[in-house]
Design a protein around this ligand. Sequence first.
Ligand SMILES: Nc1ncnc2c1ncn2[C@@H]1O[C@H](COP(=O)(O)OP(=O)(O)OP(=O)(O)O)[C@@H](O)[C@H]1O
Length: 729
Amino acid sequence: MARTDFSSAKQRRSQREARHRKQSQPGASGSQPQTMGATAEQAQATKRKRQPSSEAAPAKRRNETSSLPAKKTAAKETQRAFKGKAQKVFSRKKTSASASERNQEQKACVKTSSLFKNNPEIPELHRPVVKQVQEKVFSSDAFHELDLHPHLISTINTVLNISNMTSVQKQSIPVLLEGRDALVRSQTGSGKTLAYCIPVVQSLQAMKTKIQRGDGPYALVLVPTRELALQSFDTFQKLLKPFTWIVPGVLMGGEKRKSEKARLRKGINILISTPGRLVDHIKSTKNIHFNRIRWLVLDEADRILDLGFEKTITVILNAINAESQERQNVLLSATLTEGVTRLADISLHNPVSISVPDESLCQFDLEDRDIFEDCDLQTSEELDGFAIPEGLEQYVALVPSKLRLVSLAAFLLQKCQFETDQKVIVFFSSCELVEFHYHLFLQTLLSGSGAPAPGQPPSACTLLRFLRLHGNMDQEERTAVFQEFSRARTGVLFCTDVAARGLDLPQVTWIVQYNAPSSPAEYIHRIGRTARIGCHGSSLLVLAPSEAEYVNSLASHKINVSEIKMEDILSVLTRDDCFKGNQWGSQKSQAVGPQEIRERATVLQTVFEDYVHSSEGTVSWAKRALQSFIRAYATYPRELKHIFHIRLLHLGHVAKSFGLRDAPKNLSVSTVKKRKASVKRPDLRKKTPRRRLAEMLQSEYSSGLEAGVAKVKKLKKPGAPGGQPHSAV
Ligand SMILES: Nc1ncnc2c1ncn2[C@@H]1O[C@H](COP(=O)(O)OP(=O)(O)OP(=O)(O)O)[C@@H](O)[C@H]1O
């Protein structure tokens, strides 16, 4: 991307700001350093903001501008007009106003916004360039070279449409066919699912005594999420086409327990389940037996443990061990952590350890060799390094809190409006944040008509397509969204980490991490939703300037990111006249370059703020989302606390990224702590942050049977403006 030079406007800007400072009272959002801990200053700042000031002015003046025909509906009008084209906001009905009045109004409308004032300086990013571990995805060996049933080979070739093995398949399948246990680690999107599905099917179809449906499970596959369970189930179904007597089945919660029991009674030979749901059945269903189990597969093993399913896994292992001792065990993940070694100790017998990364393929940017040699991280060989797909380009953008929302919107507009076939996943740290951004963008960025106006080029307004996926949605809707996004050629999926693991969503081109992940492993899995199986893809991590050090933390795990400048992201707004704030005949804005970008970003922010402030319900909805952000922010693990600490957040600025004009008065560190304690999470404070995070996240992956789990009902969406707040993450 081309960089934008902001220096030319600097002088004009500082003169203008000096003028405003003179005219205005101090204390608007951002004029004082206002941190989460500073409740008193915060309250005062909020109070001051109610008085006319340069920062509070836009809202007031916006109303003034719209006061001619419809003062009370200014917010609605702004929103509606934006949907059609923003210039209508500053209505042409005001033809009677004099040119100078109009001029003043123009300035008032957009040029005095606080969006670009008092932001922290964006530090120079001296990104350390480190050697990334890379794997060769494909091998030159074909499936027909393996000793597999000919019908299985032809199914792989014709139904799955693949002929050559990937590296991990080449290494794992022969080992598993020999009957050995295995611990398999290989990069995201490298074909680990088939690496275990093929040996399972080969061995079960070859059993001397033909399998009967009523025999019950011969293979048990445990996965952390329901979507992943469906995906594995789908792969088994395809591979089993020639072997119709072997029945696969899935237990994953969200479905009525009664119907799952009925399916278990009929018989499932390859049982795929989430751990929580399986334990529910072990405890309550008589028709579940493990006496014939020959295979136990733990896919995304480290995630299963991260989520605090250790006890659950122990219950399952004990239940299986009580009935059957002779079986093969397989543990797989792209990132194997300490916990997995522990799990491997208790579940694997004399395993073969398969790890694909090929150090000879380590890469680094030659142009940056000097930086690399100077950097302390060259000693990071001892540190953990995760393999990253070769076709994946990783970026980071440092964005001040106030500008986060418009930057995200601009980025998505860029992808959907000016580039073709872009499929984007945006990760957030909680269900509430997903719901908030999904509804906000849906309400403000989408065209009501769905079609471009006659004679107009299609704009983002008509090309955007938003979906969302998180653990508080009911299963039916989750599955529908998963399938819809899988099939879609373009679109934007807002999600939590429920979608970070294992999901194979074809042709995803961009991953955006709007909230930073809580661990490098999570980072790897999130970005691993793109550039799968040898394809290309890109990722963008959005950090606040105070979080810039996170780039070093990633580098210590051999993760390289390049910088994209925020101004470059925002510059897309100049390409769409939707964001022109003042369009009255010949009175066009003279602003060009950086100033124009600022004006347009301000128009966009105004649209968000107007929507959020259009009713009390939407304001409290935005406040709840802000609170959820802060709660999630408080759960970063200890080792990242020096980077992500709520005390480093500027509440007034963060509030802007939720479309709130003022920092909520009743939010402070202590309130957040109190509210955290009031959420039904007993003994939280006694637990480590990691454990706490695990508990919060577990709601994403729950069995679906627990009482009190908030569900998104189709007709009543709690995340929508005015709806009920969600439970935990
Ligand atoms: N040998 C192969 N040739 C071509 N495509 C393949 C091959 N094996 C698997 N695939 C395809 O590659 C994609 C990714 O596979 P899979 O989901 O198993 O990856 P993974 O390693 O489990 O990823 P993650 O770590 O993210 O879970 C799937 O669409 C799958 O159909």
